[in-house]
Structures are given as C-alpha cells and as structure tokens.
Ligand binder design. Structure first.
Ligand code: HDE
Length: 724
C-alpha cells in the first residue's frame, strides 16, 4: 500500500495545523496501486494464480480449502450496502467554500466570519425517487447536499434545488415517499411521480401544492448540476457574539444561472445517456474546469417575520426575495472529482445535525424530524456508529471524546481514560463561546399536543404566487407537465381530485390541465388562453386570482422565482455539436471549435464514423452513438463536399430538426446552410415566410447563408414542436 496524501477533503485552508494531522491519518486509508505491484489477498498474501480456483484434479471439484477463492467471492458477495432510502442516485465532487463578506454582525460561526479562508467541502447532488441505477434526467427534486469541513467541525447544508418542501411535518415523510416510490405490488414506475399512488396522496395533502408547482416547473429537469440553484429550505438561526439572534435562509445561486431541459429532451436523454448530469460534472472537472455557486443568505428578525402572513418555520413557504433580498457573501467551487465513487460519494453521510457554533436550528417541524432521521439512517445504511471514521465523513477539526469500540472501529485510542469527568489525562469540556457549541437559549412554553399551527393553514397562496411570478412559457410547461403526469394516473377519481386542488391555485391552470385529461373545466371563468400567451382573458383571470393571493407577504408576484427573468446567461458549460462529413472545411471546424473553447463552451465533432473524417477533422462522436438531445446547440460548417455528404444522411437532418424542436440555436457556415434549407427546419421557415411551395428560401434561411449563423427563436421552435 503506497501512502498518498488524500482521497477526501483537501485542505485549502491557510491555517494548516489541523490538516497535517488529518493527512497523516489518511495515508493509511488511501490505496494507490503502483504499476507492477504484486497482487495479494486482503491479508497481504501474494496471489500466484488469479484465474483458476484450487481443484482436485484438472477437471475435479473445487476444494473448500481454497481460501483465495473464498475470500474473493465472499468479499464480492458483500460489496453492496443498502442504497439510500431516498436520494439513492447521486454524484459528488470536492471543492471549497470561500467567504467574501463577513457575517459577524449576525453570527460568530468562524466559517461565516473569516473572510478569505477556504473551507474544504464535498457536495453531492441527487434525485429523490429513483434507485441508484435510475436516470439522471427524471422529473424530480434534486438533492443539493454540502458538507463543509470547517475548523469548528463539519457543517452540512442538506438542501434541495427547490426552496420549499411537500409537507409541513416530518411524520408525513414516510407516507410521501411511499406514495412516490414505485408501487409496491409491481415496482412500477422507476424514478417517476406520474402514477396513481403519488397523486392519491398529493391530492389529499393540500400543503404539498406549492412544492408541486415547482416540481412541475422546469426546475425539476435541470440542464446540469451547475445550472441549478440550491436552497437550505428551512429557516435556521444565526447567533452573534452579543447573543443576538437573527433568522436565516441559506441559498446557493448558480453562477451560470438556473437553466433547464425541456421535458421531451429530458425523457429522451434518460435513454440516450442516463448519466447525463454526472457525466457532465465529471467531464467538466476532469478537463480542469470548475462548477461554481454564489452563497447567499436571507437574514431577517423574528419581529419582521411576525408581520408576514405566512410562518417562516413552515417549510412549504419561502421568504420572497422582495421582502428579504439574498445577500451574496461567499462562493462554493467544485474542482476535484472523487477518486472512488463508493468510498466517497456512496459513503458520504450528510446530517442536518452537523452544525457549528453560531448557527442553530429553528422549530420548523420538518427540520426537527430530520434532526432524528439522518443519524438513524446512517446507522442502518453504513452499518455501525463508526461511519464517522470513514475518510469522507471525518471532520478536519480534531476529535477527542470517550466514545469507543463498535463494529469496524478504525481509531486506536491510546491511554486509560474513556470517561468524563477525569483527571488522568482525558479530554476536557470545550468552552462556551470559545470553542464549543451552545444552543440558543430559546424560551419554551406550551401545551403538549399533536396539532398543526394555525399559521401553517394556507396552502395555496404561495403556489399561486409562483404561478403568477413565472413567464407565460414557464406556465405552459407547468400545465403540460401536470397534464402529462395526471394523464398517466389510471384512477379517474384521483385525477379529478387533483383538478379540484389545481382550481384552488388558479382556474386557468386547472382548465388547461382538465382539457388534456378529458375533463370539463369546472370554473365558470374557464377560458383556454393561447399557448404560452398572456391573452386578455388570462390576464383578466389572473387579476381575479391574484387578488386572492395569500401567505405571500401581500405580494402578487415575487422576483427570483422565474427561470427566464434575470438569470445569468453564458455560453460556459454548453455543448455544441459540430456536424462534419468528408469535404467539410477543416479550417472552419478548427476556428469554430477554438472559438467555442475560448467562450467556455465545448465543440464536439460529430461525423459518420470515429477518427479522421478529413485531414484536420477528427470525429469523437458518430451520428450513431450520439444524439441531438445531448447538445445545447448545433453548428454545420461549410465546405461543398461536406454539405453534400451531410445532405445525403437523414441522421444529419434529424440532428438539425430535433435541435430546432427543442428551441436550440442552430448555426451554419457557408454551404453548411444547405442542410438547413433541405431539412424540415428549412421547410418550416419557408412556410412561416409564406412561401408554401418551398421554392423561395425564407428570409431567415437567406440570412443564414449570408451571415453564416443564426439562432432560432423559442417561439418558432415551439411551432414546429406543436405542429411538426
Ligand atoms: Fe432528506 N433524507 N429527509 N430531505 N435528504 C435523506 O438520509 C428525511 C428532506 C435530503 O446526498 C436520508 O443519508 C426526512 C428535506 C438530501 O446523501 C434520510 C425528511 C430536504 C438527501 C432522509 C426529509 C431533504 C437526503 C436518506 C422529512 C431538503 C441526500 C439517506 C422530515 C431540505 C443526502 C440519508 C445525500 C437524504 C430523511 C426531508 C434533503 C432517510 C425524515 C426537506 C439532499 O435520512
């Protein structure tokens, strides 16, 4: 076993004393095979033949004494641990958090007050419902779990990419999850909420309506991990040196902005590359890139919160950014892939109870339940209380306590003392306010009862606020998604009950869904506005409905909810398919891919076969092994022979047409434009331009050949998606 520095959190902290200890400890847990190393069994015995078991005679029975065979097979038999009961499918990366603005006014947590200090971290993204082998692009909430190895112990923000949750009380979590998981009699469907049991439960659980709107929005089908925001969801407390308390919500804002796939793409990607998200993160980091978020906080006081018409400890409610802006105070950067998926990503154990001095919990009843669940689940999943010794879970802060023994104990505790109080050299208590955790001394009083607070009673106000705050095209995606899922429910009563719920959110939403699932819109106001348009009728209706918006801080519309308004836009991280064939202009391919790289995007050469297509053009993907859904844009370079060869390939035309259907930019250089004019895209543009006979090129296509590139509008692409 060759010592190697770290497989787990790399120290980037300029105060390295504690880090050295950690690196030493980890030398023993990292195994890097040197080239030519001798193969051994688990106990260090050299293995001379790893291909044949020990037999009595060349064709005889295998002998029980073959300890090498038994050890190898037995270890294999035990290779699996239970997958997470939720969030089973995930991918993680190492990185760091750096604070740019001190929050000392609100907290004494070192991680939130020491500006410029890099805190190592490990972040795992996940889907919730699917099992470990499910597809990345399922419509689902994404787990967004961050473990910071701070100098005061581990701090985990175990959040999601959606700022609210389905339920208000932890006691409903097993019901929620049982309803969304594959149905127990036939284990169908995998990683999908479009089935009876989920909507049976949801339609009887109005508190889930706000979250449901988010789950049917494009947030639930993100383009990549680094194009989604993260939310701590619950309200937490910050306590400063003077003992003052503030309330806080934690945010991670994607530097690239929150961007999504469209549903048709997401479904197809699930088949074409079910590892789409994890591959993207892996390849970005492997190529030397980073994934980045701004870390932000919404800080407010109890007094402010008391004035709002919703309860800040109700996890189905968010605090609109118009009431409390998000202050951006730090940055999370992911820059290192795990060395070993199982050892790190699978064994990482997040717990909302991992908290540091200066930060405390609120009484959010969902959070309170989670404070029990995560330790319990780690014991079952990782099998022993010593899971805290796994390299990925160990803190960088020193550990000294009197906990001992148990299954698979790694630490060799020396000395006689394993108790407190002691005088024989054992650990002594930390000092409050210096190096120890102190709970906020909240005054508690109340009657013991099983009850839901009255302040949690409104279930539709923020759902409606969300609907009102997103753009028409986002609203259209929500209605289509709901119609898709409900149309997959086989029990009519459930579908109808859901319509009753949607009606409470917004009559337009309910009417649009009703029509697709074959029900008459019940509202007397029911109008069917044009797709994605704010028709006069819809605007009128919206007016009626927003007047009823409640639990929203009296807002009719809130900023920060739409993904199309005020999101950063950047070519960074985007994948562009460059279609080539023999005869394609190599110089254009070279300058195009160089320009894409310079912009932070990646050009991928797609040709009829792998390898050299023409001098200077190397294809890394073929029309057969890749697909337009895997790219953000398509470019067709010029070169007469190349254009002709591409025209002769139906797959190339499909590439362009499919990209167009999904409203992606398509560009062409020189003769490359011919494939666009010949494809259904060209035909559509000609028909839009009124030249139905197809003889005269449409304006857009003419411009394309003259200017050399064009970007198609989402509106035109939607036309093709709807009609074509
Ligand atoms: Fe979790 N959740 N959860 N959850 N959760 C788990 O812990 C649970 C909730 C979240 O990448 C489990 O280690 C209860 C909200 C993430 O490893 C389990 C309740 C939020 C991850 C568990 C909730 C989350 C988990 C399963 C209701 C967003 C994946 C495996 C009271 C704020 C972490 C594990 C990773 C994982 C329980 C609700 C986020 C069973 C009881 C709300 C990101 O302990």
């Amino acid at each position: 076993m060759a010592p190697r520095k770290r497989s787990t959190p790399l120290s980037l902290d300029p105060t390295p004393a504690r880090i050295d200890d950690q690196s030493k400890a980890e030398d023993l847990s990292v195994n890097t095979v040197q080239p030519g190393a001798t193969l051994t069994d688990n106990l260090g015995h050299g293995v001379t033949d790893d291909n044949n078991s020990l037999r009595g005679g060349e064709r005889g029975p295998t002998l029980l004494e073959d300890f090498l065979l038994r050890e190898k097979i037995s270890h294999f038999d035990h290779e699996r641990i239970p997958e997470r009961v939720v969030h089973a499918r995930g991918a993680g990366a190492h990185g760091y958090f750096v604070l740019e603005k001190s929050l000392a006014e609100y907290t004494y947590a070192r991680v939130l007050t020491e500006v410029g200090v890099n805190t190592p971290l490990f972040t795992r993204f996940s889907t919730v419902a699917g099992s470990r082998g499910a597809a990345d692009t399922a419509r689902d909430v994404r787990g967004f779990a961050v473990k910071m190895y701070t100098s005061e112990g581990n701090w985990d923000i175990v959040g999601n990419n959606i700022p609210v949750f389905f339920i208000q009380d932890a006691i409903k979590f097993p019901d929620l999850i049982h309803s969304v998981k594959p149905e127990p009699h036939n284990e169908i469907p995998q990683g999908a909420s479009a089935h009876d049991t989920f909507y049976d439960f949801i339609s009887l659980t109005p508190e889930s309506m706000h979250m449901l709107m988010w789950v049917h929005s494009d947030r639930a089908i993100p383009r990549s991990f680094d194009m989604m925001d993260g939310f701590g969801i619950h309200t937490f407390r910050l306590i400063n040196k003077a003992g003052d308390v503030h309330l806080v919500k934690f945010h991670f804002k994607a530097v690239l902005g929150a961007h999504s796939l469209v549903w048709d793409e997401a479904q197809k990607i699930a088949g074409k590359d079910s590892d789409f998200h994890r591959r993207n993160m892996w390849e970005t980091i492997d190529a030397g890139g980073t994934l980045e978020w701004e870390f932000g906080v919404q800080v407010f006081t109890e007094a402010q919160a008391a004035k709002w018409d919703f309860d800040v400890i109700d996890p189905t409610k968010l605090v609109p950014e118009d009431l409390v802006p998000v202050q951006r105070v730090g940055r999370m950067v992911l820059n290192r892939n795990p060395d070993n998926y199982f050892a790190e990503t699978e064994q990482v154990a997040f717990m909302p109870t991992n908290i540091v001095p200066g930060i405390d919990f609120s009484n959010d009843p969902l959070l309170q339940g989670r404070l029990f669940s995560y330790l319990d689940t780690q014991l079952s999943r990782l099998g022993s209380p010593n899971w805290v010794e796994l390299p990925i879970n160990r803190p960088l802060a020193p550990v000294h306590n009197n906990q001992r023994d148990g299954h698979m104990r790694q630490t060799i505790n020396t000395g006689r003392v394993s108790y407190f109080p002691n005088t024989l050299g054992g650990a002594q208590e930390a000092k409050a306010g210096v190096n120890g955790y102190v709970s906020y001394p909240e005054r508690l009083s109340g009657v013991k009862q099983r009850a839901r607070a009255k302040s949690f009673a409104d279930h539709y106000g923020q759902a409606r606020l969300f609907w009102n705050s997103v753009t028409p095209v986002e609203r259209e995606h929500i209605t289509k998604s709901l119609a898709f899922e409900l149309s997959n429910c086989t029990v009519r009563d459930i579908r109808v009950r859901m319509l009753d719920q949607l009606e409470q959110i917004h009559p337009v939403l309910a009417s649009q869904v009703a029509v697709v699932i074959g029900e008459a819109p019940r509202s007397k106001n029911a109008v069917m506005p044009g797709a994605g348009q704010d028709s006069a009728a819809e605007v009128a209706l919206l007016g009626t409905a927003t007047a009823r918006t409640t639990a929203s801080g009296k807002l009719q519309k809130a900023s920060g909810l739409s993904q199309l308004e005020n999101q950063p836009m950047s070519p960074k991280g985007r994948m562009v398919a460059v279609l080539v064939a023999p005869g394609t202009d190599a110089a254009q391919v070279a300058s195009l891919t160089a320009a894409l790289t310079a912009a932070g995007a990646k050009g991928v050469i797609v040709g009829p076969h792998l390898g050299t297509i023409a001098p200077g053009i190397e294809a890394t993907k073929t029309f057969g092994n890749t697909d337009p859904v895997l790219y953000d844009a398509v470019m067709v370079p010029g070169g007469e022979g190349g254009a002709r060869a591409l025209m002769a390939r139906p797959e190339a035309q499909t590439f362009v047409t499919e990209a167009y259907r999904h409203a992606k930019p398509i560009g062409a250089l020189g003769e490359g434009a011919e494939i666009l004019t010949a494809s259904p895209v060209g035909r559509l543009l000609r028909s839009l331009a009124g030249t139905k006979d197809g003889t005269a090129p449409a304006q857009g296509v003419q411009n394309l050949s003259e200017v050399g590139a064009m970007s198609l509008t989402a509106g035109a692409a939607e036309t093709l998606a709807t009609h074509g």
